[in-house]
Design a binder for this molecule. Sequence first.
Ligand SMILES: Nc1ncnc2c1ncn2[C@@H]1O[C@H](COP(=O)(O)OP(=O)(O)OP(=O)(O)O)[C@@H](O)[C@H]1O
Ligand SMILES: [Mg+2]
Length: 247
Amino acid sequence: MLHIDGVIGGYGSIQILNGASLKVGRDQIAALLGGNGTGKSTLLKTISGLNKPWAGTITFDGDRIDGLRPDLIVRRGLVQVTQGKESYPGMTVEENLRLGAFVVTDRAKARRALDRVFTYFPILKDKRNQLSGTLSGGQLQMLCIGRGLMSEPKMIMLDEPSAALAPQIVLDIFRIIHKISRDGMTVLMVEQNVRMALLLAEYGYVIKDGVIHIEGPADRLIHDDNVRLSYLGGTVADRDASMNLRQ
Ligand SMILES: Nc1ncnc2c1ncn2[C@@H]1O[C@H](COP(=O)(O)OP(=O)(O)OP(=O)(O)O)[C@@H](O)[C@H]1O
Ligand SMILES: [Mg+2]
């Protein structure tokens, strides 16, 4: 579905991505992990067209998309939910969501997309007429994911969807991501919550200094000594914490 090969890029003259390569298969959930400032967000932004790659290729659904404008990439069915839970606080929840449907010209289709978002996030339906500035952190994250879903993409990239949320809310968010995936969406998620991400994803990539330095099936990575030592802080005894994540 998404195939990135040798991507180099950065900001101005500062090179951040040093030949990053990864693949995400159709209907798969892949996790992109790594420490602070290693280039995770830069890679997502480069895929979604917000940053231009300097070199390398990005293929989505069989076509090259590197260098395309971000709105054209959204039109092709690839959407990014950026880090930081940004919304327009002076606009209502519904207005914020509808912004995500900017590529949808058919009103009935936008309506359907909105109804679908409300089935994933009933709380957003309850609060549809409230200003988004009144939402809690978890609700804002739901709004941002929902806005990404409004264009009915084939694939969604989520940048730290669980950041700065209470544990119970994190679980809610992860469950919804699982549900969205099960309904036929391809997902690439950046996460600092490495254990949870590897419990949910099928495949994981660890980025360091702008290149992928470890990759593999999630159930192998979670037992990988390097990953455990650097990112999981010890044992996997609480693997049982897979809890009811996949319910
Ligand atoms: N707009 C920018 N201009 C210049 N440098 C930037 C810009 N955005 C990020 N950087 C730098 O690029 C590097 C990678 O940043 P990036 O945001 O991709 O990291 P990250 O892996 O997403 O980190 P985090 O976990 O903190 O979100 C960092 O050194 C950062 O300071
Ligand atoms: Mg980031």
